[in-house]
Design a binder for this molecule. Structure first.
Ligand code: G4P
Ligand code: NA
Ligand code: NA
Length: 190
């Protein structure tokens, strides 16, 4: 997605440890117009997959997921990382290990918000090691629902997330694919 790549080059900054900071439009401040175009792009890519529900993880996955849900006219569910006071104990839970932060978090989704006949589209802001997506896949499998696709806004293609998901047979589409962040410069996959 050319517009997204241009925005990453214009507004993104590379931090040490191969981290791309995009808090002016995605991870802290959010650009709704850009999110809407991202939603339209995901709709185009997954329109044939009979999607019935979108799943993401709080917090930064929510903006692109909701605008995609708006375009596809399906409900959006975000997995919670912390237990909310209103959440019942009737939830699917999975572990997500973060290589970046060296901690394991639990993500959970109330069983009311995913059914065995759902065709689920997973949306997330970043794909790095793929642990967040694996946690969502685990929950979808616990619910005996179908993983119909995985849509990623920014993929760090030099990290192992995408390769593993492809090996597992999933349909992964990323709107921007970053080959390298070496020398503080963003290089996209050809
Ligand atoms: P993984 O899910 O692909 O394995 O991600 P990893 O554990 O490596 O990363 C942990 C968190 O850091 C995730 O957000 C992930 O989206 C984010 N992340 C990874 N690489 C980058 C990067 O280059 N730039 C930015 N901005 N984020 C990155 P999270 O902890 O779930 O946070 P949030 O959704 O609440 O923002
Ligand atoms: Na994030
Ligand atoms: Na995320």
């Amino acid at each position: 997605m050319k517009l997204l790549e241009d925005r990453i080059v214009k507004d993104g900054t590379v931090l040490s440890g191969d981290i791309l900071k995009v808090d002016t439009f995605l991870n802290h401040q959010v650009d709704p117009q850009l999110m809407n175009l991202i939603g339209k792009e995901f709709k185009k890519l997954f329109d044939k997959n009979n999607i019935t529900r979108i799943l993401t993880v709080e917090s930064s996955g929510i903006a692109p997921a909701v605008l995609t849900g708006l375009q596809m006219n399906v409900p959006v569910v975000f997995a919670r990382k912390h237990k909310s006071v209103t959440m019942s104990d009737n939830a699917f839970v999975s572990d997500v290990y973060s290589y970046t932060k060296k901690v394991t978090n639990h993500i959970s989704i109330d069983k009311r918000f995913i059914n065995s006949d759902d065709n689920v589209l997973i949306i997330d802001d970043f794909l790095a090691n793929g642990q967040a997506v694996h946690g969502l896949v685990d929950i979808i499998h616990q619910a005996k629902a179908n993983v119909s696709g995985i849509g990623i806004v920014i993929e760090k293609s030099f990290q192992p997330g995408r390769k593993q998901l492809e090996k597992d047979g999933f349909n992964v589409k990323s709107l921007a694919r970053i080959a390298s962040l070496d020398n503080n410069k963003v290089t996209f996959v050809e």
